[in-house]
Ligand binder design. Structure first.
Ligand code: NAD
Length: 343
């Protein structure tokens, strides 16, 4: 049985690649080498799930700009005897060069543009993977225009195919492998991309052409951003009027105001068991991520000519909450505390 130790002898690696290449050619769904870039809160856990589900003959090249994350990943997987072999690499180029599929999970548009700038120039070698076989899956939440710009750089230089697959489900979903992916890809690529995403999640929603996954994700998160503030305001309002928070929470959750922030992530401690409010708003979906997604939605709305009445005001609320020491770095339902809600 193969252990998960990196194969260091170049000749052995070359022989293995040649075998892998042959098997890839024999079956379109067979993957031989994978690149994974961005081992942060989401990417680390997604990469662990992917590594575990890949056949032991495959190799996964991992990279993060933070060497500690790469080292941690290599250490955590080195004793494993199943799943893909893990190879820590020194730059994004090495992760992508000979990989049929490269997955990126990066924070912001600038990071995605920067990484692809390094991957695509000079053009990737075709000695192990031909360009038509090369697939890039970007799971970062960025704006659709930036994503299309990167896709265009990949497609216009004919170095592969680029699809967007942002996700929801948070760190909990990334760890459990239960993420939902929103895929922006041509119909012809869906059957290739979907099984890959399902190694890291439970659902793939094909939203349309490249960029559409991000449009879907940002529309959802725009609604979430507003619902979260409105829930905090409504709970605070009702309690100031003298309502018991449990009575009010239950009322909303069987009535027309019901939404995810009221029914799952309720900002008042005790209304919903296990919500971040019950642990001083630690963990969960951070204020800064909500602010980032809302900002991306506002930019994308302006580009599309879609009028938003509430977006800018909601963004100001998240920005102001983030300035407060007792809110900063916490779950976004901490907006309730920012509003002065009773705790
Ligand atoms: P994170 O900041 O924890 O991780 C990002 C990783 O990318 C870091 O480890 C960082 O070192 C690395 N990185 C940055 N620049 C790089 C570069 N040039 N080359 C290689 N690596 C680089 O972020 P995260 O929470 O994992 O989120 C990743 C993406 O997923 C974001 O776009 C975020 O909006 C989205 N997302 C996050 C959540 C969540 O709950 N955290 C949920 C859904 C979607």
């Amino acid at each position: 049985m193969r252990s998960n130790v990196r194969i260091s002898a170049p000749a052995v690696r070359a022989a293995l690649r040649s075998v892998q290449r042959r098997s890839f050619t024999a079956s379109a769904s067979r993957q031989a080498q994978w690149g994974f870039i961005g081992l942060g809160q989401m990417g680390y856990n997604m990469a662990r799930n992917l590594q575990a589900k890949l056949p032991s003959s495959d190799t996964m090249k991992v990279y993060d700009i933070n060497p500690a994350m790469v080292e941690r990943f290599a250490n955590d997987t080195k004793a494993l005897t199943s799943g893909a072999a893990v190879e820590a690499v020194a730059n994004v180029r090495d992760a992508a060069e000979d990989s049929e599929t490269t997955i990126t999970v990066l924070p912001e548009p600038s990071h995605v543009k920067n990484v692809f700038g390094h991957i695509l120039k000079p053009p990737l070698s075709e000695s192990h993977v031909s360009n038509p076989d090369r697939l890039f899956i970007d799971c970062s939440t960025i704006d659709p225009a930036s994503s299309r710009e990167v896709a265009n750089a990949v497609h216009s230089t004919e170095q592969g195919r680029f699809v967007d697959a942002p996700m929801s489900g948070g760190v909990v979903g990334a760890t459990a492998g239960t993420l939902t992916f929103m895929l922006g890809a041509p119909d012809s690529l869906v059957s290739r991309v979907e099984p890959i995403l399902l190694m890291m999640g439970k659902k793939v929603l094909h939203c349309g052409a490249q960029g559409a996954g991000l449009s879907g994700k940002l529309a959802n998160n725009y609604l979430l951003a507003i619902n979260n503030i409105a829930t905090a305001e409504a709970m605070n309002l009702g309690m100031k009027w003298g309502l018991d928070p449990m009575v009010l929470g239950n009322l909303i959750n069987i009535s027309t105001g019901k939404c995810w922030p009221s029914s799952v992530n309720n900002p008042v401690k005790g209304v919903v068991d296990g919500s971040p409010a019950s642990r001083d708003f630690q963990g969960g979906f951070g204020l800064s991520l909500m602010k980032k997604d809302l900002g991306l939605a506002i930019i994308a709305a302006a580009e599309a000519g879609a009028k938003l009445e509430l977006g800018d005001r909601a963004k100001e609320v998240y920005e102001a909450a983030e300035q407060r020491e007792d809110c900063k770095g916490r779950d976004f339902s901490v907006v309730y505390r920012y509003l002065g809600g009773a705790e």
